[in-house]
Design a protein around this ligand. Structure first.
Ligand code: CO
Length: 185
């Protein structure tokens, strides 16, 4: 397994519509394993193949138990090929999102509270996932990546986007307003 390079905002590969996975072979298994390792190495909760420069419909999602102690959905790793939203229900809720391809920014995005996702596991077996709250948000964010959509595209009001600034001495992170939606790295 290997930690892959994560491409950043400004790279055109983040804006391409990815193609469906057709072969559930060892190459796919290796890509999935590398994406899981890359997500964990970056302390992310999800990663989509376009973020490592691969224009294919594959996502990995994981809310680690130690980071989400109070959420019963935590502690499970999802690897989903060709994910599709089959159902969304409930209210739209606003919550903070960031993205490993847009480091240093967080913003408030409105997402549906509950979703059902269908797709295939790494062996090509159909799977279905019901997710709510933060896990639903992660799935929706990662599936967006497969269509070249980034969380900043959902932000129209700049007061809903903040920049994270880390003080190199104290290592403390503070938030600053931003003057414009970032469009390039
Ligand atoms: Co992202």
């Amino acid at each position: 397994m290997a930690v892959l390079d994560i491409i950043r905002l400004g790279d055109p590969r983040l804006r391409i519509k990815s193609t469906p996975i057709r072969r559930f072979d060892t190459r796919l298994a290796r890509l999935a394993a590398d994406m899981v390792e890359t997500m964990r190495d970056s302390q992310g909760v999800g990663l989509a193949a376009p973020q490592v420069g691969i224009g294919e419909r594959l996502i990995v999602v994981e809310m680690r138990k130690e980071d989400f102690e109070d959420d019963p959905q935590a502690g499970k790793l999802y690897v989903v090929a060709n994910p599709e939203i089959v159902r969304d229900r409930g209210d739209k809720i606003v919550g903070d999102e960031g993205c490993l391809s847009i480091p240093g920014y967080v913003g408030e995005v409105e997402r549906t509270e509950q979703v059902t996702i269908k797709g295939f596991d790494i062996n090509g077996k159909p799977i279905r996932v019901k997710a709510y709250d933060y896990l639903a948000r992660i799935f929706l964010h990662e599936i967006d990546h497969l269509d070249g959509v980034l969380f900043i595209d959902h932000i129209t009001d700049l007061t809903r986007l903040r920049r994270l600034v880390r003080d190199p001495e104290s290592d403390e992170v503070t938030e600053e307003p931003v003057a414009a939606i970032p469009t390039r790295a």
